[in-house]
Design a protein around this ligand. Structure first.
Ligand code: SAH
Length: 208
């Protein structure tokens, strides 16, 4: 029998030693069973700090990237959050663990991934996360405004719909750039302008 809880704890301890992460983020990483989001054949690697293929040419993000993004978003319980790029749903689950599953809205381009993510989220206790198949460039206007919005796929700039759907003084976060991407965090001001800051080079799959 594989002791997934022990493996997960070891992974989170390693993250805690290396990166300066908030306790709230580490608790969420300790709670979400990443192996359940990874395809059967890749499970043994679920608690290595690395991206893994999930089908449709897409990947599950590396744990440290999910943790760093949770910190940069300054997620607090009760925040409403929009995610673009559900993939397998792991990142959405970590977000849900912090803000509450009913406050998380996620858009996935690939129908099959959206369906699978919904089922996995449900099976591990995050069934209240809302997942929609569609084009994330349009955001998800029905539930706007959001306190936070983030992209898990790289865009050349933050899509205007996303900027419009985040409340004043809310935060947008995502990999921005075409070949070379940087992780950009932006505070959305009341006049719609963005206060941007860069947080290092990253590598994500492209926004479709
Ligand atoms: N959040 C995932 C990582 C997903 S990888 C995790 O938990 O690890 C990025 C995802 O973005 C892929 O599933 C891809 O299909 C999706 N994507 C790409 N372009 C998109 C778009 N325009 N709208 C919504 N999702 C998109």
């Amino acid at each position: 029998m594989t002791d997934w809880t022990d493996r997960r704890a070891a992974m989170v301890d390693a993250l805690a030693t290396r990166d300066d992460l908030r306790e709230r983020t580490l608790d969420a990483m300790r709670a979400v069973p990443r192996h359940e989001f990874v395809p059967e054949g890749k499970r043994q690697a679920a608690y290595e700090d690395t991206p893994l293929p999930i089908g449709e040419g897409q990947t599950i993000s590396a744990p440290h990237m999910v943790a760093i993004m949770a910190d940069l978003l300054e997620l607090e319980p009760g925040d409403t959050v929009l995610e673009i790029g559900t993939g397998c749903g792991y990142h959405a689950a970590v977000t849900a663990e912090i803000v509450g599953a009913e406050n998380v809205y996620s858009v996935e381009y690939h129908d099959r991934l959206a369906t699978k993510a919904r089922a996995t989220l449900e099976s591990v206790g995050y069934g209240a996360v809302s997942v929609r198949a569609g084009d994330g460039k349009e955001g998800w206007p029905d539930n706007a405004p959001y306190d936070r919005a983030y992209l898990t796929c790289a865009a050349s700039t933050f899509p205007q719909a996303l900027v419009d759907q985040v409340r004043p003084d809310g935060i947008l976060l995502g990999p921005i750039g075409d070949q070379r991407q940087v992780l950009v965090r932006a505070w959305r001001r009341a006049d719609g302008s963005l206060d941007r800051a860069e947080h290092g080079r990253v590598r994500f799959v492209p926004l479709q």
